[in-house]
Design a protein around this ligand. Structure first.
Ligand code: MF3
Ligand code: CO
Length: 252
């Protein structure tokens, strides 16, 4: 069942998502060669708590940290550790926060210092795929119109979408219906309605699509070792026109 949110609930979700966006901006500025992902986790937790919010991932299904920090061939759910970043790495930063009982969820992938042109392209294409997906989140469309737009853009750039993980509805739970895959034929799945709030999150591999989960039971990596990028926004479908991006980091 898809739980529609009232306008007042969407406002609370906008608050949670704004906390996430601001925290992401702070963590992204702390990214540099030599910093450990555990230090980034501390920065993230402080930023969220300083805003009166609660980190959403810590303790979620026993996830141990506030931040998901996924470096290079890590796709999603990298657990912050003593690992230090080095020039040329890319890192996916994924954060969630709870405000007034509602979740916000957003992710960005950022470069550590200078990165090769092909890596830059991977990051850029993944971000573009997110915004092309978001554009489809309008009344009259169905869920897989989002999915198809993402897949189309990624594959025409020569990259591949991850199929094992998907975007999701979001609200009083981090993961609600519907699932929002990053692949599929257009025109399928639920009809989009005002009050639907979705976390749209393309995960894109430079090489093949296959992923596996490490022995820590969280970190997803590409099977072929190729680089992977991830962007995510929490958005609300509006009665008219374009969706509202609740986790706006681009304008911060
Ligand atoms: N953005 C991810 C998701 O929606 C983050 C989940 S990490 C977890 O699934 F630890 F909370 F599971
Ligand atoms: Co998510």
């Amino acid at each position: 069942m898809i739980i529609l949110k009232t306008p007042a609930e969407v406002l609370v979700m906008a608050e949670a998502s704004r906390v996430v966006a601001e925290a992401l901006e702070i963590v992204r500025k702390a990214v540099c060669p030599g910093i450990s992902t555990e230090e980034l986790d501390r920065v993230a937790e402080e930023a969220i708590r300083a805003r009166g919010a609660v980190p959403a991932f810590k303790g979620y299904r026993n996830y141990p940290k506030t931040l998901c920090a996924s470096v290079n061939e890590q796709v999603v759910h990298g657990i912050p550790s003593k690992r230090k970043l080095k020039e040329g790495d890319i890192i996916g930063l994924d954060l969630g926060a709870i405000v007034g009982g509602f979740y916000g969820d957003s992710a960005v992938t950022v470069a550590v210092g200078r990165i090769p042109a092909e890596t830059e392209k991977l990051v850029q294409v993944t971000k573009e795929a997110l915004f092309l997906g978001i554009k489809q989140a309008v009344v009259g469309n169905r869920v897989t119109d989002i999915s198809h737009a993402v897949q189309q853009h990624v594959e025409s750039a020569g990259f591949s979408v991850v199929t094992e993980f998907v975007g999701h509805g979001i609200g009083r739970q981090l993961h609600e219906e519907p699932q929002v895959p990053n692949y599929g034929k257009p025109g399928q799945g639920a009809r989009l309605q005002p009050g639907m709030v979705l976390a749209i999150e393309p995960m894109v591999n430079m090489g093949r699509s296959a992923v596996r989960v490490l022995e820590d039971r969280w970190t997803a990596v590409t099977v072929d070792g190729s680089l992977s990028a991830h962007f995510e926004h929490t958005i609300a479908v509006q009665p008219n026109g374009a969706p509202r991006i609740l986790s706006q980091w681009e304008t911060l």
